[in-house]
Write a protein that binds this ligand. Structure first.
Ligand SMILES: [Zn+2]
Length: 329
């Protein structure tokens, strides 16, 4: 447990903001434990004690404040999780208007909040999801046109070209495991973690974010997705894409301390809650991990990382060609 704050806590809180360090403040006069940003804390300039976990504060006899509800998922977190799940689950993907209405936010405000959290607009996210879905059905579908319809595309002619952009190759080539296609790949360290990016001369065709996996594991994943392609390591050729991935929205953003897979799961389950924002304890129970309240709270604090798929057209450059070699199968 940390020290008693004798000086003006509000200043210290301001200084700490932005570091994304999670802690709680116990207000002796009210017997409540608060989030550091709670107005009740600012009013009581003295007699504030810091706790690293909610559990510590509860053990000291404090109750969660009814104003800042430190034991409950915040409204913006809940709204973002709900919107992300709507985008993830619904076909065709909902538009900005229905998303904003569903989470009870003004449209432009919602757009801003979404972009600030995820680094891309709901529309950009929907396009990426559509590309991912298209890949999945393409592999299973005998007909490229049918796969397009199943993935939510509805005007095949222009979409065939767009799909080629999104896949970095023709849909038929993708369906055939990248047969006859040469992929350049490179690893890079991004603020979100280690990534593998692979591209053809038509554009990016794979983008994997590591959740603790080694480079070889990411490479194995690439071979699984494109079992019949040729590969070459070519950092220089892909530097233009790597630079595009290092966009300002990712810079300086905190990382979840709980592992990406757990983090994703927390947000997915949160987004499927109905009614008001749940408590972290309720969310932990729903996840089947009743004792993981603190980890769940930490996961809720940071929106999931969604990598913006870099586009050839946006870069205006083509990767170089280089020596082609076949990876060991
Ligand atoms: Zn409070």
């Amino acid at each position: 447990m940390a020290s008693f704050s004798q000086s003006r806590p509000a200043q210290g809180i301001q200084a700490r903001r932005g570091q994304e360090e999670r802690f709680y403040l116990g207000v002796q006069s009210t017997g409540h434990v608060c989030r550091p940003t709670c107005p009740a804390v600012k009013r009581s300039a003295h007699r504030v004690q810091r706790y690293n976990t909610l559990e510590e504060a509860r053990s000291a006899g404090l109750w969660p404040c009814g104003r800042c509800t430190p034991d409950r998922v915040t409204r913006p977190q809940f709204a973002l999780a709900q919107a992300k799940v709507m985008l993830d689950d619904q076909t065709p993907t909902p538009d900005l208007k229905s998303l904003a209405r569903a989470v009870d936010m003004d449209r432009s405000h919602f757009q801003r909040v979404f972009r600030a959290a995820f680094g891309l607009s709901p529309k950009q996210y929907a396009l990426q999801l559509r590309a991912a879905r298209f890949k999945a059905v393409l592999r299973a579908s005998p007909s490229v046109t049918l796969a397009m319809y199943e993935a939510g595309h509805n005007t095949p002619r222009t979409l065939y070209d767009r799909a080629t952009d999104q896949l970095g190759m023709k849909p038929l080539e993708y369906r055939d495991g990248g047969a006859g296609v040469t992929l350049s790949y490179a690893f890079a360290n991004l603020p979100g973690g280690r990534v593998l990016v692979a591209a053809t001369e038509r554009g990016v065709c794979a983008l994997y974010l590591s959740d603790g996996q080694q480079d070889e594991d990411l490479l194995a994943r690439l071979r699984d997705e494109f079992p019949r392609a040729w590969f070459m390591a070519n950092e220089r050729a892909l530097s233009v894409y790597v630079a595009a991935l290092r966009r300002p929205a990712l810079e300086g953003r905190p990382l979840p301390q709980v592992g990406l897979a757990f983090h994703e799961r927390v947000w997915a389950v949160l987004g499927r809650f109905s009614g008001t924002a749940p408590t972290y304890a309720e969310l932990a129970r729903r996840l089947g991990l009743p004792s993981a309240e603190e980890a769940v709270a930490a996961a809720c604090e940071v929106p999931p990382i969604i990598l913006l798929w870099p586009r050839m057209a946006e870069q205006g450059r083509k990767p170089d060609t280089g020596t082609v070699m076949r990876l060991a199968a």
